[in-house]
Ligand binder design. Structure first.
Ligand code: ADP
Length: 473
């Protein structure tokens, strides 16, 4: 401020001096002209006006730069205008930094939303698309080049969603079919709108196909288990009532009791299989360090096949006894297998008992254990039973799936055997292979990776092998 005042004074002094000199010069030439003092005053006034114009020009320069708002082009000035320019430049710089910072944070935020497994769509007050992440683009078929500012209703035409949008109650979500949903491959999306800002809405979508499928499977499973248990329970209750109400002789009583025991055993087998399945699903993966001689499993399987075949043939004293099965066990190469012995035995037994149960009397069953050239090894059970039509094969390992329901029940099947085998195979990195020709027979094999097989360390069988599934009558 002081400098500015001195500058103003300097201009006036310079003007006064110039006026004085000029008046003095003119006076010397023409004595009637202006006196020198008046010349000095006029010069001082002229200096003041000059200063004013120069000052206004600097102010205008500063204003012009401020209008452009480019901090890098700040004018170089001195004095008060210089300081004003400097402060304005610093202010602009800090604003520019703030804007850049906000932009960077917005980009990071959008990138984070892009990575979200949920779909996110920003809608304006009219319900038009302003922005969406890739997940939402895939779920609703949005093309950001083409569909920007398009009403969301043009792309999501499901009536449930339309009604939800119109209703305005966004406290709940709705489930609608995804864009590529087909009856064979249903796709379910859970969508919810969240209002924000001035009438804007955020559309959040989540793929709930797996959840819905799991829920449907759980419902089916409970219904199946209830049905499986209800049938023998009803029969059992009927027999109990008969025993309570009818005067039966000893022979009839014992026949009824035998039938009741059969039904009780059926329920027991079902519960055992359910427990086995739940143990397989809930327990940690079996260690690959526990080795068991394969020969021991083969002996146990052969023994079980013969025992079950005998039971199925009937009482040896009875004239109506059927022929048994021909059980062949091809000589197994000495090898050890890594895994949980009880689980492996359970899988092998299920395949063996199935072969015996489904093969008519007189048929043959062959058990084999083969080391394959690539180091893998295969346990196989081949039978000359009815065989299975191709359309059933992919579904055999589903819980409670049966090709012939009555045959399965007659022979004490629960419909869970192959589901157990599949679980054990998965837990041991093995493959369950099914090869079957209707009218000829079936071969069920479990193929183990080379890493789970090693040459036998020596003779001797493990002691901890037990039969996990009680054969049916
Ligand atoms: P189940 O207890 O009914 O035998 P599984 O899961 O063990 O249940 O088998 C599923 C279905 O696969 C059986 O109901 C049967 O129809 C068919 N199946 C299994 N093994 C054989 C086989 N060796 N021969 C013919 N059909 C078989």
């Amino acid at each position: 401020m002081v400098l500015r005042f001195f500058g103003f004074l300097l201009f006036q002094l310079a003007g006064a001096l110039a006026g004085w000199v000029l008046a003095d010069w003119v006076l010397a030439a023409q004595p009637a002209a202006l006196p020198t003092l008046a010349g000095a005053w006029i010069g001082a006034g002229f200096g003041a006006v000059m200063w004013f114009f120069l000052d206004a020009a600097r102010g205008l320069r500063l204003l012009r730069w401020l209008k452009a708002g480019d901090a890098a082009q700040a004018p170089t000035m001195h004095g008060m205008w210089g300081e004003a320019a400097d402060r304005a430049r610093r202010l602009l710089r800090s604003r520019e930094h703030e804007v850049l910072d906000a932009q960077r944070r917005l980009q990071e935020f959008l990138l984070a939303i892009q990575a979200s497994p949920s779909g996110v769509v920003l809608l304006d007050a009219k319900g038009c698309i302003e922005w969406c992440n890739q997940t939402a683009a895939g779920q609703f078929g949005i093309d950001m080049q083409r569909d920007i500012l398009q009403p969301i209703g043009n792309l999501v035409r499901d009536p449930v969603f339309t009604a939800y949008g119109a209703e305005g109650d966004y406290s709940r979500s709705v489930v609608i079919p995804g864009r590529d949903s087909t009856p064979a491959r249903p796709l379910k999306l859970s969508v919810q709108l969240h209002p924000y800002g001035d009438g804007r809405r955020l559309l959040l979508s989540r793929d709930v196909t797996a959840l819905e499928q799991a829920e449907a499977m759980r419902r089916d499973f409970v219904a199946n288990v209830s049905h499986e248990i209800r049938t023998p329970l009803t029969v059992l209750a009927g027999f109990v009532e008969t025993l309570q109400t009818l005067p039966l002789d000893a022979q009839e009583r014992s026949r009824y009791l035998a039938l009741m025991s059969q039904q009780a055993q059926r329920m027991q087998t079902l519960v055992n299989d359910l427990l086995t399945l739940s143990r397989l699903e809930g327990s940690p993966m079996p260690m690959a360090q526990e080795w068991t001689a394969m020969g021991a499993f083969m002996v146990q399987c052969e023994h079980e096949a013969r025992a079950l075949s005998d039971v199925m043939a009937g009482d040896p004293q009875d004239a109506s006894r059927q022929r048994g099965h021909r059980i062949l066990a091809s000589p197994a190469p000495q090898a050890e297998i890594a895994g949980a012995p009880t689980e492996l035995q359970s899988a092998f037994s299920n395949l063996v008992t199935n072969a015996v149960r489904y093969t008519p009397a007189g048929g043959s069953i062959t058990l084999s254990w083969t080391l394959l050239p690539d180091g893998q090894a295969e346990f196989a059970v081949k039978d000359t039973g009815p065989g299975i039509a191709a359309e059933h094969i992919a579904r055999l390992t589903e819980r409670f799936y049966r090709v012939d329901r009555s045959r399965s029940r007659e022979t004490g099947g629960t419909g869970l055997g192959l589901a157990i085998v599949k679980h054990v195979a998965q837990r041991h990195g093995a493959q369950l292979l099914i090869d079957s020709t209707p009218g000829v027979g079936s071969t069920f094999s479990l193929r183990f990776a080379a890493s789970r097989i090693r040459p036998a360390a020596g003779p001797g069988a493990p002691s901890a092998i037990e039969s996990p599934r009680t054969p049916g009558p």
